[in-house]
Design a protein around this ligand. Sequence first.
Ligand SMILES: [Zn+2]
Length: 210
Amino acid sequence: MQRLLDGYRRFRGDWPERRAVFERLAAGQAPRAMVIACSDSRVDPTMIFAAEPGELFILRNVANLVPPYEPDSAFHATSAALEFAVRVLEVSDLIVMGHAMCGGIGVLLRGAPPGAGDFLVPWMRIAEPARQRALRSAGADPQSACERESVKLSLENLLTFPWIAERVSARRLTLHGMMFDIHSGELTILNRSGAFTPADAAGGARASGG
Ligand SMILES: [Zn+2]
């Protein structure tokens, strides 16, 4: 905890340079992109994109999953964040960022760690179709195949939300799939042929439904 409070002190120390930015942001936010990333402490979209406060609307959950559209009385944290970003803030780009060595995908493939199955196992069931596809297609590395398939599945599930599908067809919203490799720090982007290619060499991100 002391480490965090020391960090806060440094943040406040830099406040004079930051004041103008936050005063502008206090008037309202207008991020152009939403990022859905894993809660994993090693995958920080703000750092990866060198983004400033106000630029990215970020949702992080276990294994960066998007559930299908299910407007019922259950508690849908991910869908609520999507609704806010898409219908209220009208972001123009929606990024699903998976990553290597994902513990959530590990739960999907190998079961929950002892004593941790109340919510992890049912949550990861969202990605069951990705697990099946990965096991059918994978060679020696089902973990890596499943991480990639789950990003594709989340993109498919995004299109089950009617107000996302509408905006994608009208080209007001573009969906992107990405993978971050923790070991190399490299970001890859899902292209139209279904492969992930290095971000700095890619001609453009995947645009679903266009
Ligand atoms: Zn993860």
